[in-house]
Write a protein that binds this ligand. Sequence first.
Ligand code: SF4
Length: 467
Amino acid sequence: MKLPDLKTARVRNQQIVKYYEADILRNENLFKGKKYFLKTYGCQMNVHDSELIKNLVEGLGFIEVDKMEGSDLVILNTCAIRENAHDKVFGFLGRCKHEKEINKNMIVCLCGCMAQEPSVCEEILSKHKYIDLVFGTHNIHELPNMLLNKMSKTDIEVESKEGDVIEGLSYTRDSKIEAWVNIMYGCDKFCTYCIVPYTRGKQRSRKSSYILDEVLKLKNDGYKEVTLLGQNVNAYGKDIEDELSFSELLRKVSQTGIERIRFVTSHPWDFEDSLIEVIAECDNIMPYIHLPLQSGSSRILKLMGRRYTKEEYIALFNKIKSRIPSASLTTDIIVGFPGETEEDFLETLEVVNACKYDSAFTFIFSPRVGTPAEKLPDDVPLKVKEERLHRLNEVINKYSLEANERYIGKTVKVLINGISEKGNNKVCGYTETMKLVNVEGSKDLIGQIVDVEITEAKSFSLNGVAK
Ligand code: SF4
């Protein structure tokens, strides 16, 4: 392969570094026709990071394929939040190892949060030598350089500065209707069970001017919905002097005129009254709020480092509901945190019964290496954790179904975003309150916001007919 000339050396930390300019790499189409396979684990942040990875590797000439076997480049964008995410990744890596014995030139990359866990890196370096590239969430934009480094065996240093917020990146977005927009990276909350502050680093907000430009461009490109993304979006701006607060940012995003605005994820501690007001006042900010509870016991919340009590959480929930009665609220709950007694768990059920969530993501606690909670005795037996999870899910599912049944006979606005998995002549999309609806109607409706009459409710979805 003929490589472009290296850009002249520049100095960083007193070191001479050599690099290829991203634009030159794009124009050279160096890997034209080569095949890449990308697998994404975890949250929306990872899904959106994968949209950036796609844009970078397709810019080099790679073409996406849906099978790892036979591809030239395999990228696993990983998640570190849950133990089973680790297991899945290492399971898939086993297949990659086998494939690489046949296809020796295949490049295997591991990136994302797992790649930023020191213990995982050590394991990879010692036991998984067939993995060619390991990089974290801070230096995805350096992927073209890293690939060239690997392919050419040239010693090019890549930059990785956690404090940077890189602007001007392009994404190959999965949808032409709904788009993710990062508004911040990292998190400063340091909940004791969570690996994110260690893998994604301290909170770094993007400047609001860049966010607003991106939303405006998406609107002009025909996008109907944006979701503002961050680990703790309502702390937006607190790390930059003279920056907008999250509620001020939301209002400005609303003024762009884009039809639908969502945001994830909120922390109850940062949920200010001004945020409730802006959601209530702006019609294009969707009345859907994900408000992680994690535990209903104030004692366990303290051990988790969550900075609110059971009573404060319920008061916030009620304040939101009374100002925005149409809002749907969902949550995250962990069962079996170290030291959780039956009484603590019953307090969690008490909060669920008080809040009657529209739905919830529920998890069994498993310690993440390097977090403070890892050092606490994991003393709730697995059987007890499983039994609590089962009891919790039964209550959550009951309220989900009740919430969905209230939609029967109503006409709601649904943004149709694709063909339904429920069979022919059906499309699907989401209500303003984030309910999945399977709609009888033709695929010409995709991309439109349509009035749908709800005819049937299930625990996890609704059925309806386009009017
Ligand atoms: S606020 Fe969320 S991302 Fe931040 S440390 Fe807590 S659980 Fe993790």
